[in-house]
Design a protein around this ligand. Structure first.
Ligand code: GLU
Length: 317
């Protein structure tokens, strides 16, 4: 009988604490690389010499290193959660209002929206996320609490919440998002009040979670749509496959091709410096370090995930 020389999916073969410790040491050597975002005041002044990483397996094991329990602004990582809720509740009708192709443009660009008649390329650029928010607002009387309940159930952490000053600051510092929302409205692709949609968008960008909770919050995407923490079905198996596909192709701004090349996992990043990633059927991960590369992804978070998939062989390719 032919034997598989090395099956990366057999987690007993990996010394995960040692792998994370190695990555942590390598990353700390590189502190200073990358830049902090300039357009979000609360992120400008934050300490940049921080790194945390968490791995949560479907068997229930949690491995964490560095600053993995420090709460951070999850920013655009929240777009995975809102997409999951909207897709589960609105079904495939959602895809009539938002596409699923990489944009190749910055996340807050207006250009494509004009010539593609108000249908955003994908749910992870800001225009697409605003449409997803509009869908959720049409379905929930209190979308903010519905999202909080979703995240608390995914993680088992009832304390997850937002930073109210950051919500207010996001709201004030987002002229481009205001333009995008009004643009969507002019194409009849936003049904709710524009200001209310922008409030909800700012709210979920200002959510604070740590790496362990962030990894847990997407574990259902490794588990065919069922949340291992609460036992609930969060989305169908097909929904999870599709969300993973959109994360792989569109989840890391316009660097998704490079990310697939170097890391090889469905992932979603945010300007707060967090990146969540999924190894289908095995685990979810989160790596966080605040300084970003030129495309807006965490410089050292991306490096950490690259090292992880190289050291374990756990990429989808
Ligand atoms: N609140 C940020 C914005 O909309 C989120 C950006 C991000 O994390 O991609 O501009």
């Amino acid at each position: 009988m032919r034997t598989i020389p090395h099956n990366p999916y057999d987690l007993r073969r990996h010394d995960l604490p040692a792998i994370l410790a190695t990555i942590d040491a390598e990353v700390r050597e590189r502190f200073g690389e990358g830049t902090l975002p300039e357009d979000i005041p609360s992120l400008v002044g934050q300490p940049r010499e921080r790194f945390g990483m968490a791995v949560v397996t479907l068997d229930g094991d949690v491995h964490a290193v560095g600053d993995a329990r420090v709460p951070l602004a999850i920013q655009s990582v929240s777009k995975v959660h809102t997409l999951t809720m909207a897709l589960h509740e609105a079904g495939d009708a959602l895809w009539r209002r938002v596409g699923r192709e990489p944009s190749g443009d910055p996340f807050n660009s207006l250009v494509q929206l004009e010539y593609e008649h108000g249908i955003p390329r994908n749910p992870f650029i800001n225009a697409g996320a605003l449409v997803v928010d509009d869908v959720l607002m049409s379905l929930h009387a209190d979308p903010e609490n519905a999202l909080l309940a979703f995240l608390r159930a995914r993680t088992g952490n009832p304390r997850i919440g937002v930073d109210p000053p950051v919500t207010a600051e996001e709201r004030r510092s987002g002229p481009r998002n205001i333009a995008v929302a009004n643009f969507l409205r002019s194409f009849d692709n936003l049904a709710c009040d524009v200001d209310a949609v922008l409030d909800f968008y700012s709210f979920h960008c200002a959510l604070r979670m740590d790496c362990v909770d962030l990894a847990r919050s997407v574990l259902y995407l490794a588990n065919a749509g069922e949340c291992p923490v609460s036992g609930e079905r969060v989305t169908s198996a097909e929904g999870a496959t599709r969300i993973n596909a959109v994360m792989l192709t569109c989840g890391t701004y316009d660097a998704a091709g490079d990310f697939a090349f170097h890391v090889g996992l469905p992932a979603k990043s945010g300007v707060g410096g967090a990146i969540v990633a999924v190894v289908p059927k095995v685990m979810a991960l989160c790596a966080w370090s605040p300084a970003l590369d030129a495309k807006g992804n965490s410089m050292l978070g991306g490096y950490a995930l690259h090292r992880f998939t190289r050291m374990t062989g756990l990429s989808v390719f």
